[in-house]
Design a protein around this ligand. Structure first.
Ligand SMILES: Cc1ncc(COP(=O)(O)O)c(C=O)c1O
Length: 413
């Protein structure tokens, strides 16, 4: 591919056309269906004519279907008639403690907001190198791990290429594959949510997919991938993207440094969970040197904003705070798990993360449960997918959030 610069020919100089900038990241999460089609959507305008706008959209994107939107906090607050601080938000695995106080201080004295940020996020990568023990030339930062998932796909996948996805898992892999025109081969997890490595091997051999997305701990169940499984998959002829968004809560170490040994491994991490910075959008990835140069080339130059970099650096300067928050959340997870086990219609799964997946049993309707709790100001996540029909996921909050949830649940038994 490439671009023709018409402006080099003075006789046909046209102005540059830029599509709309990205819509909100929230929007992406609402899209569940990966079906692609070459049939253009025929939209009618009010006058009855076919709207031209839709015909500009790439055919494989025309059939993406939206999820129910996740509501912004203020909208939710207005809808529930409750102040934001009175909502117990346990539906998006956010870190309720927020970032270290150093972050707000640093953000209050941002020096050069009118200057573009460092396209190489040098300060942040140096701090991440200290934090992870991996040299900064292996590290690239992004606008959340979400951006890096898409960036990797843009660099690796040609339209029609295949990826392996292991549901139930984070749905962005499937979504981004659809946006990038790739096919998704699903290798569902076992009923205990462990990976079906044997089936993955068969699929890799038969379908020749280009990459596989693995998540440890896995969202939504919190299970982790052990070294044996990971090594087995790394030995396959496939690029392995290991998403460690929740690794800090797992009790096992990150595999970031493994990228020095395995040049088919990428490891992704984020500040959203460990440092309570979900709203500022900072993620990072460890890449093999043989690959990272190309990722740099394709990256948007100013993908990490100046404030995002300042915030992430400030967070890393207070490791004691990050550790204390992690310990608090892990302790609360264990308390929450024990309490959920007492609820007669919930069957919680042990988790290595900051959330707990529960099967809703005894004839209770999972969707209604979620909706009724929401009316009481307690937000949890409900699933309706094939693999997770009748499940809910509860994020770990502060002790008072657990108490409020348990009080609300008592209304049901
Ligand atoms: C497994 C997993 N990976 C990545 C992300 C996104 O991380 P970020 O906020 O850095 O984009 C999430 C967010 O919920 C997640 O669950």
């Amino acid at each position: 591919m490439g671009a023709i610069d018409f402006c080099q020919n003075p006789s046909i100089c046209i102005s540059k056309f830029r599509p709309n900038s990205r819509t909100e990241t929230h929007w992406k999460r609402r899209v569940s269906v990966v079906a692609s089609s070459s049939v253009p959507i025929k939209e009618k305008s009010q006058s009855g004519e076919v709207a031209r706008g839709a015909s500009f959209i790439r055919p494989h994107l025309q059939n993406l279907k939206p999820y129910q939107p996740i509501l912004p906090f203020e909208v939710l607050s207005a809808r529930l008639g409750r102040k934001p601080e009175d909502i117990v938000k346990l539906d998006a695995n956010e870190n309720p403690y927020g970032p270290p106080p150093d972050v707000l201080e640093a953000l209050g004295s941002v020096e050069f907001p009118y200057i573009y940020p460092d396209p190489e996020s040098r300060k942040l990568r140096a701090a991440l190198s200290e934090d992870s023990g991996l040299e900064s030339e292996y590290i690239l930062a992004g606008c959340g791990a979400d951006e890096l998932i898409d960036l990797i796909m843009r660099c690796v996948l040609d339209p029609g290429d295949k990826i392996v996805d292991c549901p139930p898992t984070f749905t962005m892999y499937e979504f981004d594959a659809a946006v990038n025109g790739a096919h998704v081969i699903k290798v569902p997890r076992h009923t205990d949510f462990s990976l079906d490595v044997e089936r993955i091997a068969e699929v890799v051999e038969k379908e020749k997919p280009k990459c596989i997305f693995l998540t440890s701990p896995n969202n939504p169940d919190g299970s982790i991938i052990n070294d044996t499984e990971l090594l087995e998959i790394l030995n396959m002829p496939i690029l392995v993207v290991l998403d460690e968004a929740y690794i800090e809560f797992s009790g096992i170490g990150s595999r970031m440094t493994w990228v020095k040994k395995y040049d088919n491994l990428i490891v992704l991490r984020t500040f959203s969970k460990r440092a309570g910075l979900a709203g500022l959008r900072v993620g990072y990835g460890a890449f093999p040197l043989s690959m990272i140069e190309y990722i740099w080339r394709a990256k948007q130059p100013y993908n990490v904003s100046a404030v995002a970099e300042i915030a992430a650096c400030a967070a890393l300067r207070n490791p004691t705070y990050l550790e204390n928050v992690k310990v608090a959340l892990v302790q609360e997870r264990e308390r929450l798990y024990d309490l959920l086990k007492e609820v007669p219609f919930l069957d919680p799964y042990p988790s290595h993360s900051n959330f707990i997946l529960c099967k809703v049993t005894s004839g209770v309707d999972a969707k209604k449960l979620k909706e009724d709790l929401a009316m009481m100001g307690v937000m949890i996540r409900h699933y309706a997918s094939k693999e997770l029909c009748g499940f809910v996921r509860v994020s770990v909050g502060k002790p008072q959030h657990t108490d409020a949830l348990m009080e609300a649940l008592k209304h049901f038994y």
